[in-house]
Each structure stands twice: as structure tokens, then as C-alpha cells.
Design a protein around this ligand. Structure first.
Ligand code: SF4
Length: 365
């Protein structure tokens, strides 16, 4: 079967002309039938290699304060508004955060993300997080990201000054869908926090969750809305419906639809770390490895916020089988693509308050 013209056209744009796809071009790619998915995956993989290389960034996260969140995101078992089995506990002891970070480093990850389930951090919580960031830097040398909900500008600046190198705040879904998923804050609230993180000098980690009932066209819109923010990293969660949430009966994406979405995200966000996160085991099943051939180049390893992941050793073995080296050290493998095409260079100078890179070697702690 000949390659679909929409794919050849996209290939010329991204690999020949080194320009981003237009929405119409992306939609044409989305319309390519799923029985031609291998061709789309092959293209996404070539784009990933050209723009990002073959390394895979591993990150682990800690749910440092779980449950009892006042917000009502319909997919989330940590909302206090739903009756779920999610654990509820206050911010963990710093020793526990550091111990998890150490385990992360020992499992081969270079990134560690401190996540708390809140609308936004109040002062006491923020102070604790900042202490925990310093302790993790000191004890492990990992790069530390945070995900603390909606921020004010001074809060974003304090986190950047504390050496938080990347801030996670997902848009979760496209603008058109958002008000059906969450009513306690708005899409624009989320965009504003993403922008504040960037303004403060942190890298932006901004993605969402696929399979909330959005159409393929809305999924493409979502990728373009993310691209407008210029995130360094885009986490892709795949809905694994949680009992007790309003989406508990939502049908999961098929593995093929999930792979198609991952590939489309790669074509629309060619230079981002595209990180497969929660739900990948359940949704992709036997096709885990295909996710990394369809354009993803980063993984959450270990457990997710409220669900259990597989062993990091299994993911390391998968990378070996695929011949994809993991990013070895903080900042390694960073890349930015300018308007003229792929050009590797550091994303930004180290934060002035960060521990020097020699001390940050993951092998040194
Ligand atoms: S997704 Fe975040 S903000 Fe929304 S309910 Fe869950 S913890 Fe709260």
C-alpha cells in the first residue's frame, strides 16, 4: 500500500523544510486510517530522532501530599468531591521524600518530581516543599521538578530561586473540553500558571490526559494549545478510569488510538520531551515499546500518583531492547529546536541557586 499523501506532506514539512505542521496538515495526518498506523509511527520516530535524538529521559515522582483536593477534575481520584479509595495524607516528612528520591536515582532516573494534591500551595506547604527541594538536591543530585497546582507570580519566583528547574502544570485537555472536566477552576487559570512558571525562568512541563471522551480533532487541538506555550516536556497520561470518579465508566482508548495520539503529539510538538505517564501499562498493554517508537522519548518510572506502575528494571530492559540510551545526567540530552530546524543546545543556564553540575552527578550522591 502506498504511503498516504498526508504523511509524505508532513514528512516534507518537518524533516525537509524544518517547519511546524499547520492545524490542517495535522488534521490530514489524523485522518489517515488506523490500518496505516505503522506508517505514521515510522514518521513520528524519524521526527523524534531528528529533533531529539535517541535518548530517553526517566523521571520518578512522589505523591508528597495525597487526596483531599478541593478541586473537581473528573478523572482524579484525589478530589475530595468524589468518594474514592485514594489515600489521604498530609505532606510527607522530608526524610521520606529524600529516601524516595534516592531510590529514584538508584533506579536510573535523572528527574524527580514532587507532586502535591492541592488547588495551589498555601505558605506552610510551599515552605516545606522548598526545604524538600534543597534536601533532594543536596542528597541525590537529581534535577527536581514540582507540581503544586495554581501559582501566584511570587510563588513561581520562589520556586525558581529554590532551584526547581521544571514546573509541572497540565492543561489536562483541550480548551473546548475543559469545562466538562473541571468546574472549580478554568482553563485560563491553568494557562496563567503555566505562563508564570515560564516567566519565573523554570522549564515548563505541561501536558494532560487523553481518553476523557475527547474527539480525535479535539486531541489535535489540545496538542496545538500545548505547543503555543512552548513546553520543554509534555506528559501524556492515558485515562485508566478510577472507581468513584465521574469518569469511572469511560471506555479506555484502544492501544492503536493511543499510539496514533502519541505520534500526532510528536509531529505537533517535535522537540518536546514527550513523556508517557499514568495509564500506559493498562492502555498500551503489550504495545508499551511501541509508545517509544511512536515518538515518546521520556517515561515516568515506578508508581504514579494513585496507581501502581511496573518495575523500573522492566523499563530499563525495554530501553535496552529498543537500543535507546537513557539520558544519563542532569541537563544531558536537552535540546531546543529553533525555527530553522533541529539544533541541540542547552535549554537554559543553570539556576543561580542550583548546586553546581559536578556535584549533581547522579553517581556522586
Ligand atoms: S487533578 Fe489536581 S487539581 Fe484536579 S482534583 Fe486532582 S489533585 Fe486536585
Amino acid at each position: 500500500m502506498p504511503i498516504d499523501p498526508a504523511l509524505t506532506h508532513a514528512e516534507t514539512a518537518l524533516l525537509g523544510e524544518h517547519r511546524p505542521l499547520t492545524r490542517a496538515e495535522a488534521q490530514a495526518v489524523g485522518a489517515v486510517p488506523l490500518d496505516q498506523l505503522p506508517d505514521l509511527i515510522a514518521l513520528a520516530h524519524r521526527v523524534r530522532l531528528e529533533y531529539c535524538g535517541d535518548t530517553v529521559e526517566l523521571e520518578s515522582l512522589i505523591n508528597a501530599k495525597s487526596g483531599a483536593c478541593p478541586e473537581d477534575c473528573a478523572f482524579c481520584s484525589q478530589s475530595a468531591q468524589f468518594s474514592t479509595q485514594a489515600e489521604v495524607y498530609p505532606f510527607l516528612d522530608i526524610d521520606e521524600v529524600v529516601a524516595t528520591a534516592r531510590a529514584t536515582r538508584d533506579a536510573g532516573a535523572t528527574q524527580f518530581c514532587i507532586v502535591v494534591a492541592v488547588r495551589g500551595p498555601e505558605e506552610r506547604l510551599l515552605a516545606k516543599v522548598i526545604k524538600a527541594v534543597a534536601a533532594v538536591h543536596q542528597e541525590t543530585g537529581l534535577e527536581v521538578a514540582c507540581s503544586l497546582g495554581l501559582l501566584t507570580a511570587p510563588q513561581a519566583e520562589r520556586l525558581a530561586d529554590a532551584g526547581v528547574h521544571r514546573y509541572n502544570h497540565n492543561l489536562e485537555t483541550c480548551r473546548e473540553m475543559f469545562s466538562t472536566i473541571c468546574t472549580t477552576h478554568t482553563y485560563d487559570d491553568r494557562v496563567a500558571t503555566a505562563q508564570l512558571a515560564l516567566d519565573a525562568g523554570m522549564e515548563l512541563c505541561c501536558g494532560g490526559i487523553l481518553g476523557l471522551g475527547e474527539t480525535l480533532e479535539q486531541r489535535i487541538d489540545f496538542a496545538f494549545e500545548l505547543a503555543e506555550l512552548g513546553p520543554t516536556e509534555v506528559p501524556i497520561n492515558l485515562l485508566d478510569p478510577r472507581p468513584g470518579t465521574p469518569l469511572e465508566n469511560q471506555t479506555m482508548l484502544s492501544p492503536r488510538a493511543a499510539l496514533q495520539a502519541i505520534a500526532l503529539f510528536r509531529l505537533i510538538l517535535p522537540s518536546a520531551w514527550l513523556r508517557l505517564a499514568g495509564g500506559r501499562e493498562r492502555v498500551l498493554g503489550e504495545l508499551q515499546g511501541m509508545g517509544l517508537l511512536a515518538g515518546a522519548n521520556a517515561l515516568i518510572v515506578g508508581n504514579y500518583l494513585t496507581t501502581t506502575g511496573r518495575s523500573p528494571d522492566d523499563d530499563i530492559a525495554l530501553l535496552e531492547a529498543l537500543g535507546m540510551p537513557k539520558a544519563e545526567g542532569p541537563g544531558e540530552g536537552r535540546f531546543i529546536v529553533d525555527g530553522n530546524g533541529a539544533q541541540s543546545r542547552p535549554a537554559k543556564a543553570p539556576n543561580k541557586n542550583s548546586v553546581p553540575v559536578e556535584i549533581l552527578s547522579p553517581r556522586s550522591g
